[in-house]
Design a protein around this ligand. Structure first.
Ligand code: ADP
Ligand code: MG
Length: 400
């Protein structure tokens, strides 16, 4: 398997301090964690390290502060939630680095947990500043990256730090790489890829890669209108990304040379505007009249896609089929989500909104792997190397 990095399972951590980069970039509402999926996803690594007698210094970013403290983006609510989930006190550091933090770190004993403040309160984080990486390195004997959702960024706490401390993959990171890697490298066939979402430019590199790997790529979401435009089919007032039309034309051209089938919707659900209360109608065919916009794939398309999913050895789904946040336009996404949930093949879902859709329909427990990283999962599937992974120790080096 592709996973060639040193795992935390093989590291000696008893009595040592471990700096763990986690992805606690969670939504907050009224100063509380509104969704703790990402915190829960980090628990296995944190529990393993605590059981083995390590003291934990945790680092994460949250939102996009501008390189300086922003009280609205403090990790304090996360420390509280994590404390409940772990069942131990989680100390919250008032800053990322500095003399006060040195003292807090120095006081940690085996099993203790300290959460540093939002790493992006330091400008050096996104600049991958060596000095910040070195300062973070002072806190620990080894580094564990479990922040898959941030692994595609070369930041001080995701990449730079691994040049200061020996770096290991956490359990979540390892699982993400193994599950997503298997889709690309050793999928059970046929491999069926369902792609949707807003923008073709976000997903074109994935389409390109899977035209070489997959048996069928099924397109939904607003990005189908870039394909239709490229075919000269009028999109009405649908969301069309102008620069996507050229990309779509190229993909259609490449698909002709490929063994992989590239499938587009055959019917649509239209609305007058992007609004749940708008006038709605189903349209057999994919031409959209002016004054209307395509907001979902139609029932015939959804049924065809569901059938392809049911017959797949492996299913990769990324991107909703329509504007599923609005109930009148959620049907296509729900049908595909139900098909993915029921599919006998291996099912892997990536992308923040697709995962949100599955959870909204209560189907999130019925897929084999739900990726915690949107951008990171796309980059991995495109075949890009993730800087936060590359910088970790290679497996050989730890095999005794
Ligand atoms: P993911 O996060 O799963 O990768 P994207 O971020 O690419 O998905 O796209 C999700 C968004 O695309 C959703 O907010 C959804 O409303 C929107 N969307 C999907 N289909 C359409 C459509 N036909 N018209 C407008 N927006 C759409
Ligand atoms: Mg999204």
């Amino acid at each position: 398997m592709s996973f060639s990095k040193a795992s935390i399972r093989d590291a000696e951590v008893a009595g040592r301090r471990v700096l763990v980069r986690v992805d606690f970039n969670v939504p907050l509402e009224d100063g509380e964690v509104a969704d703790d999926m990402r915190i829960r996803a980090a628990l296995p690594t944190l529990e393993l390290l605590r059981e083995r007698g390590a003291a934990l210094v945790l680092a994460s970013h949250l939102g996009r502060p501008k390189g300086e403290p922003d009280p609205a983006l403090s990790l304090r609510p996360v420390a509280e939630r994590l404390s409940e989930l772990l069942g131990v006190e989680v100390k919250q550091a008032p800053a990322v680095i500095g003399g006060e933090i040195d003292l807090m770190v120095g006081a940690l004993g085996p099993g203790d947990v300290l959460l540093l403040e939002n790493t992006r309160f330091e400008a050096g984080e996104t600049e991958n500043d060596e000095k910040l990486a070195e300062a973070l390195g002072q806190f620990a004997d080894l580094y564990v990256n479990d922040a898959f959702g941030a692994a595609h960024r070369a930041h001080a706490s995701t990449e730079g730090i691994a040049h200061v401390l020996p770096g290991y993959a956490g359990l979540l990171l390892e699982r993400e790489l193994t599950e997503l890697g298997a889709v690309v490298e050793s999928p059970r066939k046929p491999l069926v890829v369902v792609l949707g979402g807003a923008k073709i430019s976000d997903k074109i590199a994935v389409i390109d890669r899977f035209l070489d790997i997959a048996d069928e790529i099924l397109i939904g979401g607003a990005m189908c209108f870039s394909f239709f435009r490229a075919q000269g089919i009028a999109p009405g007032d649908s969301l069309v990304e102008e620069k996507g039309i050229e990309l779509a034309a190229e993909a259609l051209e490449r698909a002709k040379q490929s063994e992989c089938e590239l499938t587009l919707p055959v019917d649509l659900v239209l609305g007058k505007s992007f609004d749940a209360a708008t006038e709605r109608r189903e349209s057999d065919g994919v031409e959209v009249p002016d004054g209307w916009m395509g907001l979902d794939v139609g029932p015939r398309t959804a049924a065809l896609y569901a059938e392809a999913v049911a017959g797949a050895g492996t299913v990769l789904w990324n991107g909703p089929m329509g504007a599923f946040e609005m109930e009148p336009f959620a049907g296509g996404t729900r049908t595909v989500a139900e098909a993915v949930a029921k599919a006998p093949g291996t099912t892997v879902v990536g992308g923040g909104d697709s995962v949100a859709a599955l959870r909204k329909f209560g189907l999130d427990d019925d897929v084999d792997w739900l990726s915690t990283g949107g951008g990171a999962s796309l980059e991995l599937l495109e075949g890009k190397k993730l800087p936060g992974v590359e910088a970790l120790l290679d497996k050989e080096k730890t095999d005794a």
